[in-house]
Design a protein around this ligand. Structure first.
Ligand SMILES: Cc1ncc(COP(=O)(O)O)c(C=O)c1O
Length: 419
C-alpha cells in the first residue's frame, strides 16, 4: 500500500521540496557509531506518542493507561477555563506575539501576567521568558560573569548546569542538599566578585526539596544572593502555591518559575526586584534575542494562576496522591525517593531493568517514565512518578500493585540469573 493512500483524508499532504535535499556521509557514519554505543549501554531514548489532551489517563503508544509521567500535577493543561482563556486571547490577538519583546512583541497581556506573577510570588516584579531552560540561561549569564562565583547544588537541573558554564563565572559545586558542604565551600570563596547560591526548589528527578531554611542563612552569612529554580515548586508548594521559598518561609533574591508545569501552559518567568528585572531586560540574551510568548500561552497561564490561588484543594490532592503512592511502594519493600512533594521515584539502579520495568508497566496499563543517566547520576536509574490531583486513590492503589509485582518479578529473575 502506498504511504499516501494510508493517510487520513483530513491530513494535509506536504510534497517534498524540490531543493537539493540533504547530504549524507561522514557525519551520518560517525553518528551511527555513537548511537550504537548509546544503545549498547541501554541509554537510547525513544519518542513515545501521547494522544489526546493531557490528563490523569492518556493514550500512550496506542494504549489507554494511567498517566504517572506528566508535569501537569494540578490537571490544568486541559482545564476548560484555561483552554477558554487561551482560545479567547488567540481569537482576539492572533497566534504570535509578533516579535521579540524589545522590538515589536511586548503585549499588555505579557505585562499583566508579569504583575500577577510578581504579586503571587511576593516580589516587586517579574519577567517572562520563553522557557525555563532559557530563563536559567538568561538569569545566570546576566547576573554572573568572569570574576564572579556561582555556588551550585550537585543535582541542579541541566539548564542550570549549562547556564553556569555559559556564564564564564567560577563554579563551585556542593554536595546535593548538604548545608555543611555549602558552609565548607563558602568559607573558602575568594574575597572579590559577586556570589550567587543556585539551587532547584524541587529536584525534578526525585522530588526532593532544597533545604532552603538551612541553606539561606549560610548564603546570607557569606554575602551570596540566592537564586532558586522553582520550576516544580511554583503552584504546588507553600500555603498559597507560591513555591519552595514560600514553603520554607525563606526570602530569596530571584525565583525562576515555570508556566509549563503546574500552570498548564508554556514558558517561564523570573520573579525578582525592579532592578534585577531591568538588568535582565537590558542584558539577558535569551530574553532579548527571542520572540515574546504567544497570547494564548500567556492568557492560559494567567487563568491557571487564578485557579491555583482559588482552588488550594488541587495542590493538596496532588501531594496526597503522591504520598499515598510513595507509602504504598515503601510498604511493598521497595526503595523510594522523594520528600513529600508531588514527585516521587522508585529506585531501580540499573538501566536495562529500569526500562524493562517501564515497558512492562505500560503493557499493564501504567505509564511512568524510566529515567537514566545523564538525567540522574550513573547507577541511579529510576521510575519517576508524578501523580496528579485528579487521580483517584483506587487508581494510585492499582499503580502500586502493578509496580510492586513487576519489581518483585524482575528482582527475583535477576537474582536467580546472577546467583
Ligand atoms: C528544575 C527544572 N528547571 C528548568 C526546567 C526547564 O523548563 P522548560 O521545560 O520550561 O524549559 C525544567 C523542566 O524540564 C526543570 O525540571
Amino acid at each position: 500500500v502506498n504511504a499516501k493512500a494510508e493517510r487520513r483524508e483530513s491530513e494535509p499532504v506536504l510534497e517534498p521540496s524540490s531543493a537539493a535535499g540533504y547530504a549524507t556521509g561522514d557525519l551520518d557514519r560517525a553518528l551511527a557509531g555513537a548511537l550504537a554505543r548509546l544503545d549498547a549501554a541501554s541509554l537510547t531514548r525513544r519518542l513515545r506518542r501521547f494522544d489526546g489532551a493531557p490528563g490523569p489517563r492518556m493514550r500512550v503508544d496506542g494504549r489507554d493507561v494511567l498517566m504517572l509521567a506528566g508535569s501537569n500535577p494540578l490537571d490544568l493543561a486541559a482545564d476548560p477555563r484555561v483552554r477558554a482563556a487561551a482560545e479567547a486571547a488567540t481569537a482576539a490577538l492572533g497566534t504570535a506575539a509578533g516579535g521579540a519583546r524589545l522590538i515589536s512583541g511586548n503585549l499588555p497581556l505579557h505585562e499583566s501576567l508579569e504583575r500577577d506573577l510578581a504579586a503571587h510570588c511576593g516580589t516587586q516584579a517579574a519577567l517572562l521568558f520563553s522557557t525555563g531552560y532559557m530563563a536559567n540561561l538568561g538569569v545566570l549569564t546576566a547576573l554572573a560573569g568572569p570574576g564572579d562565583i556561582l555556588v551550585s547544588d550537585a543535582l541542579n537541573h541541566a539548564s542550570t548546569i549549562d547556564a553556569c558554564r555559559l556564564s564564564g563565572a567560577a563554579v563551585r559545586v556542593f554536595r546535593h542538599g548538604d548545608p555543611d558542604d555549602l558552609a565548607r565551600i563558602a568559607r573558602d570563596l575568594p574575597a572579590t566578585g559577586r556570589r550567587l547560591l543556585v539551587v532547584d526548589g524541587v529536584y525534578s528527578m526525585d522530588g526532593e526539596r532544597a533545604p532552603l531554611a538551612a541553606l539561606a542563612p549560610i548564603a546570607r552569612a557569606h554575602d551570596m544572593a540566592i537564586v532558586v529554580d522553582d520550576a516544580h515548586g511554583i503552584g504546588v508548594l507553600g500555603p498559597t502555591g507560591g513555591g519552595a521559598a514560600e514553603d520554607a518561609g525563606v526570602a530569596v533574591d530571584v525565583q525562576i518559575g515555570n508556566l509549563g508545569k503546574a500552570l498548564g501552559s508554556f514558558g517561564a518567568f523570573v520573579a525578582c526586584s525592579h532592578t534585577v528585572r531591568e538588568w535582565l531586560v537590558q542584558t539577558a540574551r535569551p530574553f532579548i534575542f527571542t520572540c515574546g510568548l504567544p497570547p494564548g500561552a500567556v492568557a492560559a497561564a494567567q487563568r491557571a494562576l487564578r485557579i491555583v490561588r482559588e482552588e488550594p484543594l488541587r495542590r493538596r490532592a496532588a501531594l496526597a496522591m503522591t504520598a499515598r503512592l510513595a507509602a504504598g511502594l515503601r510498604a511493598a519493600g521497595l526503595s523510594v525517593v522523594g520528600d513529600a512533594t508531588h514527585i516521587t521515584g522508585l529506585l531501580t539502579g540499573e538501566n536495562e531493568r529500569t526500562m524493562e520495568l517501564c515497558e512492562r508497566a505500560l503493557a499493564s496499563g501504567v505509564f511512568a517514565q524510566g529515567i537514566r543517566y545523564p538525567s540522574v547520576p550513573r547507577g541511579g536509574a529510576r521510575i519517576r512518578l508524578t501523580p496528579m490531583c485528579s487521580h483517584t486513590p483506587a487508581e494510585i492503589d492499582a499503580a502500586i500493585d502493578v509496580l510492586a509485582s513487576l519489581s518483585r518479578a524482575l528482582l527475583v529473575r535477576d537474582a536467580s540469573a546472577h546467583g
